[in-house]
Design a protein around this ligand. Structure first.
Ligand SMILES: Nc1ncnc2c1ncn2[C@@H]1O[C@H](COP(=O)(O)OP(=O)(O)OP(=O)(O)O)[C@@H](O)[C@H]1O
Ligand SMILES: [Mg+2]
Length: 195
């Protein structure tokens, strides 16, 4: 089974979301959990090298061919980090996904990039958005969640902006972040189970 974390836009929270989903999957008993890094920037790979997460195996796969192989070969749960620009790699990953998690930010300018990502999702494959680095209580956030609901795109999570999450590999994974991403994981997999 593979969860693909994707948004054609850069800097939205893909790598953060991938690492947290993988770590929370270990806590929920998935074994093995394989983090497939399909981004040649290798941000997830560097994160795990700097601060390994017990139970998460790393596979670097920064090409269409390697990401396809990595996703087809492993057992357990794969969580795939994708690059912002390279649409061919993104498509190769999305085509093989059991569910697609789309990190985004609050604000109207973000919608079109998510829609561009959603257009790559094959019929019947569940996809949901996670609003990253959200400022709770803002009008912008409220409007963003409402807009997605209006579009019938499920919001699988709202992760607040936190210094501890922004620290990335410089710090420990935040407990709050792990718990919020556990809900995202459950939603992504529940929708898959229902078909
Ligand atoms: N919940 C959060 N709170 C605070 N900062 C966050 C949060 N989520 C992500 N960030 C920060 O946002 C920035 C972008 O996140 P990240 O690197 O995960 O995005 P990305 O989509 O993988 O970027 P790229 O497209 O370059 O691969 C990072 O500095 C990260 O620490
Ligand atoms: Mg990244």
């Amino acid at each position: 089974m593979n969860l693909v974390v994707s948004n054609v836009k850069g800097g939205v929270g893909k790598t953060t979301t991938t690492v947290y989903l993988a770590a929370t999957a270990v806590e929920r008993g998935f074994d093995p959990v394989v983090l497939v890094d399909a981004d040649r920037q290798a941000s997830s790979a560097e994160w795990l090298e700097e601060r390994p997460v017990g139970g998460v195996e790393l596979v670097e796969a920064p090409s269409e061919r390697t990401v396809a192989r990595a996703m087809e070969r492993h057992e357990g749960l794969g969580v795939v980090d994708t690059p912002p620009g390279d649409e061919r790699i993104v498509r190769a990953a999305i085509e093989r996904a059991d569910a697609i998690v789309i990190p985004t930010r609050a604000g109207g300018v973000e919608f079109s990039r998510v829609v561009a990502t959603l257009e790559m999702v094959p019929e019947g494959v569940p996809a949901g958005v996670v609003v990253c680095a959200a400022r709770l209580g803002t009008h912008d956030l409220e409007q963003t969640v409402q807009w997605w609901e209006g579009q019938r795109v499920p919001v699988w999570g709202v992760v607040p902006e936190r210094v501890s999450i922004a620290a990335g590999p410089e710090g420990r994974l935040s407990r709050e972040g792990l718990d919020l991403y556990a809900e995202v994981l459950a939603r992504a997999l529940r929708r898959r189970a229902r078909g």
